[in-house]
Ligand binder design. Sequence first.
Ligand code: PMP
Length: 297
Amino acid sequence: MYYNENTIVYYKGNYIKAAEAKGNVYDQSLHYGYAVFEGIRAYNTEKGVKIFKAEEHYKRMQFSCEAVGIPYPFNNKELIDISYEVLKRNGFSDAYIRPLVTCTPNMTLCKGIESELLIAAWEWGAYLGDKMVNLKISSFRRPNPNAFAIEAKVSGHYVNSILASQEAKDAGFDEALLLDVNGFIAEGPGANFFVEKDHVLYTPSKGNILPGITRATVIEICQELEIELVEKQILPEEVLGADAAFFCGTAAEVAGIQSLDGIPFTKLWSESLGSTVQQAYKNKVLHKELKTSLQPA
Ligand code: PMP
């Protein structure tokens, strides 16, 4: 469960019990999926509880609201402080933080009149392990960027993610991999995708994906470790049977992919660039000085 009778959330300007939070059934957000949210992680690091890339997440939340006309009368620095306070009041250290901006009652199809903010959190231990996932190419495509503000993290977009993820699970896979409207690889329902071929990492270019904060962190890691990385349009044929692949996202962290449509990736995960990136990501979120334990001394 996400909360119990003692859980505290920040809602409409106050710290209150989650069980006592009251929404409005006429909210525009509830009816039309017209809301914006974030998914953020806090880690219990050697330097205490640290929210990873907090500024980037709240900046994206502001960008997402602005992209779809949801008022954003919030100060991101304050929101970071509030997030730490929510963690403190609940006694959480390894946790997932879920800010959500919703719009007040309005049944018309116009931009939000007024918005309300929830910041909830629940305990979520760092996984950062090596559980590999098996993917299926989804029959659902990512939304057309001409139809949606695709780079914004809008609640309604996640109907597409739910459809794709459930379809993959119903077919016995762990997760889906979605193509974009033009048939190129886009991303997972809640994570970005990287593939390794001949010691080079490739990831779909921006335009048809939610450009993740973890994706940006992986790109940063590649620069630091001098791993060659190419952003381009990738066809499914280029991925099937490639050396290795991984998903990355705030929730997924860096997760190795075992197979796509039943066809395994050929490299041992532990010998892949993804595994090196995974280790470096772990060090980053835990604020360890060491860049990667796989580098020679
Ligand atoms: N793509 C989609 C569709 C997502 O929902 C997410 C999760 N927010 C990501 C990619 C990864 O984004 P991030 O690294 O910012 O969590």
